[in-house]
Design a protein. Sequence first.
Length: 321
Amino acid sequence: MVALLRNMLLQRAVDTRGFQLNRQGKIGIAMGSEGHEAVQAGAGMAFVRGKDVLYPYYRNTGILLACGFELAGVFRSQFARATDTTGGRSIINHVTDKAKGIASISSIIASQCTHAVGAAYAIMYHGERDRAVLCTFGEGATSEGEWHEAVNFAAIHRVPVVFLCENNQWAISTHISKQMGNPNVAEHAAGYGFEGIRIDGFDPVAVYLAVKRARKKAVSGGGPTLVEALCYRFLSHTTDDDERTYRTREEVAQQRANDPVPRFERRLIDAGVLTTEQIESMRKEVTQLVNTTTDIVEDEPLPAPETLYTNVYAGPSEPWI
Ligand SMILES: Cc1ncc(C[n+]2csc(CCOP(=O)(O)OP(=O)(O)O)c2C)c(N)n1
C-alpha cells in the first residue's frame, strides 16, 4: 500500500515538473498522466519484474517507474539528452529498457497492441510458462483496426497477454461518445470470445487485484483479459493542447473531486497505515528526488550532431523475447 502511494506521488511530481520544464522552454513537450496514477501504480505492481514484458503507451510514466524504469531515464527522454535510451532522438516518453522487459513505445495508436500480442505468442511458442505481457492503451485506441486485429488474434490463440485500457473518456478532443457505439469498453471483449472486466481506475488496489488475476489466468493458459480501468485525464492531452476548448469546467471539477491521490492518502490514513505527517514527508522526499534528478540530467550532453543518422536504418538486431 505504501509503495503504491509512493509511486502515485512520484508520478504526480514528475508530471508537475514536466509541465514546468515545458513552460520554462527547457523541454519541447510534456504529456501529463494526472488522473491515471492509480491505474498505473496498481498495474505496475502486478507486473512481475524479470519475467513479464510491458508494451506501454505514451501516457505511462507511472507504469514505467512501477516496473523498474529509472527515474533519470524519464528526464533524459524529456530533455532529449544523449544518455536517453533512444539517444535523445525520440519524442518524450518513448523510452525502452530491454533488460527490464520494457518495450519501446510506438507513437502510432494501437500499434503496441499487435506488438504485444506477437511477444505473447512468442512466449507461448517457446513454451515459457510463467511470463505474461502487459499491454496498455487509451479507450481511443480501441477504435483502431490494429486494436481489433490484436485482440482477435490473442483470443484465438489464447496468448498470455493482459490488455489494460486506461479509459479517461477523452482521446485528445474526441469524447468517448464519438468514439464507439457501446461506451463500455470491457464489453467489447465478449465479441471476440474472451473476458472483459471494468474496474474503478481511481482505486490502485482494485487495479492491482484485477491485473494480477488477469496475469495469473494468462500464465496458466487461460488466454487474454481486457481490463478497463475508468479514470480521467485532469490535464491537457499534452502541453501542446488546451483542454478548455473542448470540455466544461464543471466536468473537470466533478472528476477532480474524486482525485485518486488524495483519495488513496485518506484511505491509508483512515486504515492507520500512514499518518498525515508520514505522507507529507514522502511527498517532500519524492519532490526532492525529482528536483535532484532534473538538475543532474539537465547537465548531461545533448546528442552529437554526427549521430543524426545513427539508428535511422535497421541493422542486425536481436529479438525481444
Ligand atoms: C494511428 C494514429 N492516429 C492518430 C494519432 C494522433 N493521436 C495521438 S494521441 C491521440 C489520442 C489517443 O487517445 P486515447 O487512446 O484515448 O489515449 P489518451 O491519450 O486519452 O490516454 C491521437 C488521436 C496517432 N498518434 N496515431
